[in-house]
Ligand binder design. Structure first.
Ligand code: AMP
Ligand code: MG
Length: 497
């Protein structure tokens, strides 16, 4: 079908390029020799009000490889900085990414459409600007899995192979990911302009952010403090959600922390299997900075880095006068996080009411899982069986069931205070604790098949399973099962370069 005035492929409206011209560099994607579609997210394309029929075919491969820049796109490389493992890099930016533009989805929300792996940009430094097929498919799987879990996340719209080799430790097939985000504004975007002392640009950025993400604050007399509070709220909610599904982001650098509160940049992330606060999978996280249990602390640390950038906006004459104002927000972060975490924990325990000891009940449960290295996901899921039945599957996860029985007695007593029936509680728990997560060995298996012989079967099946993570289906037992312990113990993830 030819592109007509009535039906453009995308209805772009590019506010970042238009309103913040000094904050990004216009740049074109590199041409690639032989684009071929690996994945097209039709449901998301429809949600974004794109011409999904046309984009699903050859035209889509050309568009999503960067060879055919669609009408209305204004590709730009965004500037940002970032604290990486605690050390500040003043100039990172889109070294292998380009923001194509923004569209308004069917719910009226503005969404970014961006490439990753579309070639070198002025921010590339020594890098080649490319992405490899493995990490691109990995980001696709993890983003879709998180979305299906109801956790705010960027998502893959398309993945294409380019027909071009990319040189990493081995030579691997190149690919381009098309990513959709509420925005690509990061803590590091603010840091870039703050570090350069470019206060006009910083203010333009903050005001743009408020218009885009917190429009109710536009006329607020304290809008920059309130922006910080709004970001604190979103990030506290997000990290609490991660913790309740055992997700370890792996590289919570400030450039990978969104202002929107979406999960972004699925590099060395992983879901843990046995519950372990110290769990780390990333090959480069040698000191465990981004270990599972550290994530709320790091979120607070990152929030403090954002707060620092806002001081000269809050008080232009004497920025240090603004310090107590932001400290109040930063110091309130743990309690804010705890509120979100406790709300999530109560839901996972099948509880509606709030009782004094609910936090202790949930923490004691997790301590029990840790003590016997029980699978985080299955333990929570099978706890629902114990709400409305026998819980034999739950008991089978424990080597020593005595402490489990003691804890279950406490939990049953607590459940008796609820107005709901045990069956209602079990149902609610099964809608909160997934049976299927993106288990590391299944992700690796899917990527290996796709990379080695172009077999996308395992990738497609895994996506299908993960699209309904709460709905236990016969025949899918192996997707629910943990990896052999030896595999998990040796499992390492790598940054998606
Ligand atoms: P990431 O690890 O993907 O969050 O990226 C951190 C920074 O390194 C960002 O500024 C990226 O644009 C840049 N970067 C990562 N990989 C490459 C690459 N292959 N070529 C150029 N820049 C890259
Ligand atoms: Mg990043």
């Amino acid at each position: 079908m030819p592109e007509t005035a009535a039906r453009p492929l995308f209805r772009f409206d590019n506010s970042y390029a238009r309103e913040l011209p000094g904050l990004a560099v216009p740049f074109q994607p590199a041409r690639v020799p032989a684009p071929s579609m690996l994945y097209f997210n039709r449901a998301l394309a429809e949600e974004l009000d794109l011409d999904a029929d046309t984009l699903a075919g050859d035209r889509g491969a050309a568009v999503f490889s960067g060879n055919d820049v669609p009408d209305g796109a204004t590709p730009i490389a965004q500037a940002y900085a970032g604290h990486q493992f605690g050390g500040f890099s003043p100039s990172l930016g889109d070294g292998r990414a380009l923001l194509l533009g923004e569209v308004t989805d069917r719910h009226g929300r503005r969404r970014d459409i961006a490439f990753k792996g579309s070639g070198r940009t002025p921010f590339s430094r020594g890098g080649d600007g490319k992405a490899a097929v493995g990490p691109v498919l990995r980001e696709t799987i993890l983003g879709e899995a998180m979305h299906a879990l109801g956790i705010p996340t960027t998502r893959a719209l398309a993945a294409v192979t380019t027909g071009e080799p990319v040189f990493r430790e081995d030579t691997v097939p190149g690919a381009v990911l098309t990513r959709v985000a509420a925005s690509h504004l990061r803590v590091g975007t603010f840091q870039y302009f703050a570090a350069r002392g470019e206060l006009d640009k910083l203010r333009q950025l903050a005001d743009y952010t408020i218009r885009r993400h917190d429009a109710e604050l536009v006329d607020h007399p304290d809008r920059y403090v309130e922006l910080l509070r709004a970001v604190a709220e979103r990030q506290a909610a997000l990290v609490a959600r991660w913790m309740h599904v055992g997700f370890i982001h792996g590289v919570m650098n400030t450039d990978n922390m969104t202002i929107s509160g979406e999960t972004i940049d699925y590099g060395p992330c992983a879901f843990m299997e046995a519950h372990d606060p110290a769990a780390v999978f990333s090959s480069i996280d040698t000191h465990g900075r981004y270990a599972y249990a550290n994530q709320p602390l790091i979120a607070r640390w990152n929030l403090a880095r954002l707060a620092e950038t806002l001081l000269p906006l809050i008080d232009a004459d004497e920025p240090e006068q603004a310090i107590p104002r932001v400290v109040e927000v930063i110091d309130a972060f743990p309690a804010r996080y705890e509120r979100h975490w406790l709300t999530g924990a109560r839901a996972k325990l099948g509880l509606d009411r709030a009782e004094e000891d609910d936090g202790a009940l949930a923490r004691d449960w997790l301590a029990l899982l840790q003590a016997q290295a029980v699978d985080h996901t299955l333990a929570w899921r099978y706890l629902a069986d114990a709400a409305d039945g026998e819980g034999l599957r739950l008991q089978a996860l424990f080597e020593d069931t005595r402490p489990l029985m003691d804890w279950l007695a406490r939990w049953h007593n607590r459940g008796a205070l609820e107005a709901s029936t045990p069956a209602e509680r079990a149902l609610r728990m099964r809608g909160t604790s997934p049976i299927y997560i993106a288990r590391n060995h299944r992700v690796e298996e899917a990527l290996a098949a796709a990379g080695a012989d172009g077999d996308l079967g395992p990738f497609d099946r895994l996506l299908e399973v993960l699209a309904q993570p709460f709905d236990e289906r016969p025949g899918l037992e192996t997707y629910a099962a943990p990896a052999p312990v030896e595999v998990t113990a040796r499992y390492r993830t790598f940054c998606g370069t």
